[in-house]
Ligand binder design. Structure first.
Ligand SMILES: Nc1ncnc2c1ncn2[C@@H]1O[C@H](COP(=O)(O)OP(=O)(O)OP(=O)(O)O)[C@@H](O)[C@H]1O
Length: 251
């Protein structure tokens, strides 16, 4: 059984269809990437899975359970999303403590104080950050808080939407290492949007290459590392992310 199963998924914003007939399966414990040009519908797929883009047809199943079109509390305990911009996704007037305690409160979980401190530790933040506000943290620290919030309900599936692309290059590797460690320790399943193929090679087992709202190709990260991709568009993406090889190929 797939951990995340999408079948013939079509997603619409009003009259405009932005995702066409997407079918893919992510195995339990797998890290799977969606890559492709801007506007190809990658983030929209994550949003539909989370219930944030409710106008869709086809099937979305997570852990064998079909997802309804509306809010689903049981679902959100299982599956959480981390957004690209941690500054935008954290409430500016809430302390880190309030941000991390909120999902625990909503779901009626006890021992919230201890759990908030534990969550900070799990993402490598000192307890002294607890009563600070987002603007008092660096971009990397804010993304750590966003990851801690996503982990608060102990989900098994994380949807990661460009989780490092808003960060300084020097910080990106730290956050990628954190995500890699958390996945290993917790047996998490990742579905991740990125435009960065080296990130896919570092973090993921397989990838789907998307273009104009459709999947062009599903490949292994191994095929990505060696450039053994089947479709011209995927090969072009590979060439663009390996400029040295492109240069060598020139006559
Ligand atoms: N809330 C919205 N209302 C209407 N159209 C939208 C909305 N969000 C996205 N779109 C459109 O849907 C299409 C797919 O967008 P989406 O953000 O999923 O692409 P993407 O592949 O994730 O791109 P990027 O890499 O730039 O984030 C784009 O044409 C975009 O303009």
């Amino acid at each position: 059984m797939s951990a995340i199963h999408l079948k013939d998924l079509n997603i619409f914003y009003g009259d405009t269809q932005v995702v066409h007939d997407v079918t893919l399966d992510v195995a339990a414990g797998e890290s799977f990437a969606l890559v492709g040009e801007s506007g190809s519908g990658k983030s929209t797929i994550l949003k539909a899975i989370m219930g944030l883009a409710p106008d869709w047809t086809g099937a979305i199943e997570v852990d064998g359970k079909p997802r309804s079109h509306g809010p689903d509390r049981a679902f959100s305990r299982q599956c959480q999303m981390v957004f690209q911009d941690p500054y935008g996704s954290l409430h500016p007037r809430k302390t880190i403590d309030a941000t991390l305690a909120e999902p625990l409160l909503i779901h009626g979980l006890k021992n919230r104080d201890a759990r908030v401190v534990e969550l900070l530790g799990e993402v490598g933040l000192d307890a002294r950050f607890r009563f600070r506000f987002p603007h008092q943290l660096s971009g990397g620290q804010r993304q750590r808080v966003a990851i801690a919030r996503a982990l608060a309900l102990e989900p098994r599936f994380l949807l990661l939407d460009e989780p490092t692309s808003a960060l300084d290059v020097s910080i990106q590797a730290e956050i990628l290492n954190l995500l890699k460690r958390l996945r290993k320790e917790r047996g998490l399943t990742y579905l991740m949007v990125t435009h960065n193929l080296p990130v896919v090679a570092f973090m993921c087992d397989r990838l789907a290459v998307m273009r104009h709202g459709r999947i062009e190709e599903i490949a292994s990260a191994e095929a990505l590392k060696t450039g053994a991709l089947a479709t011209p568009y995927a090969r072009e993406l590979y060439r663009l992310s390996n400029p040295e090889e492109t240069a060598e190929e020139q006559p």
